[in-house]
Design a protein around this ligand. Sequence first.
Ligand SMILES: NC(=O)c1ccc[n+]([C@@H]2O[C@H](COP(=O)([O-])OP(=O)(O)OC[C@H]3O[C@@H](n4cnc5c(N)ncnc54)[C@H](OP(=O)(O)O)[C@@H]3O)[C@@H](O)[C@H]2O)c1
Length: 227
Amino acid sequence: MRTAVITGASSGIGAATARALAADGYRVVLGARRLERLEALAAELGGEAIALDVLVNNAGGALGLDRLDEADEDLWRQMYEANAMGTMRMTRALLPRLVESGDGHVVGVTSIAAFETYRGGSGYSAAKHAQKAVLKTLRLELLGQPVKVTEIAPGLVETEFSVVRFAGDEEAAAKVYEGMEPLVAEDVAECIRWALSRPAHVNIDEILVRPRDQATAAEVHRRPAAP
Ligand SMILES: NC(=O)c1ccc[n+]([C@@H]2O[C@H](COP(=O)([O-])OP(=O)(O)OC[C@H]3O[C@@H](n4cnc5c(N)ncnc54)[C@H](OP(=O)(O)O)[C@@H]3O)[C@@H](O)[C@H]2O)c1
């Protein structure tokens, strides 16, 4: 039985990915800070919950939407820690086991913010560009080893992402998805499941996935509310 370690599995894309891979027969090992949620999901899927001291390849997100001239250094640091340093730490720790498996796979959930920038998004984009650089470098360093590297870069997905970004302000979070149809966590999980289910010699480098209603990070088609 193959084993998948999924971080940030207490909600959103991570939780949906854990469900999708468990359904495909993987033994799933889950990580995040909210252990009670992990334990419930692990019990449902017959997986394992572990408390993590470091952050991991899906775990992450954005904090705030401040212009650069008002940048909060502490929020920048937290975003860099969660998205970029987390990917480095988890990969560094697990790489020997992935090589040993003879058919390993590292997936990083970055964002369209790893490909483009938008007003108020400098801190998050900087962290996601850094996470992307880690994954691209890893692909070079692993050439010749039996480990694949895939970057999954979603656009707008309705999860707890915006509630976290706006520090619990549900109204501000709801506005992000107003009048448009965002992706749901399962759409992204399906991309991950598909990339993982290709034959061993096929490496899916990048999947950039957006809602049909989104052309760039800032250009979103919104329908007026029904009268
Ligand atoms: N939703 C979107 O629109 C969107 C778009 C592009 C990319 N993404 C990326 O997708 C990934 C998953 O986000 P999501 O949309 O599923 O959001 P979410 O519902 O807020 O889930 C984020 C997950 O990451 C974990 N996490 C966050 N900060 C952490 C930390 N410092 N230490 C350990 N775990 C941490 C959270 O667990 P705990 O809070 O329990 O620790 C949670 O399980 C993130 O990397 C995010 O940047 C999201």
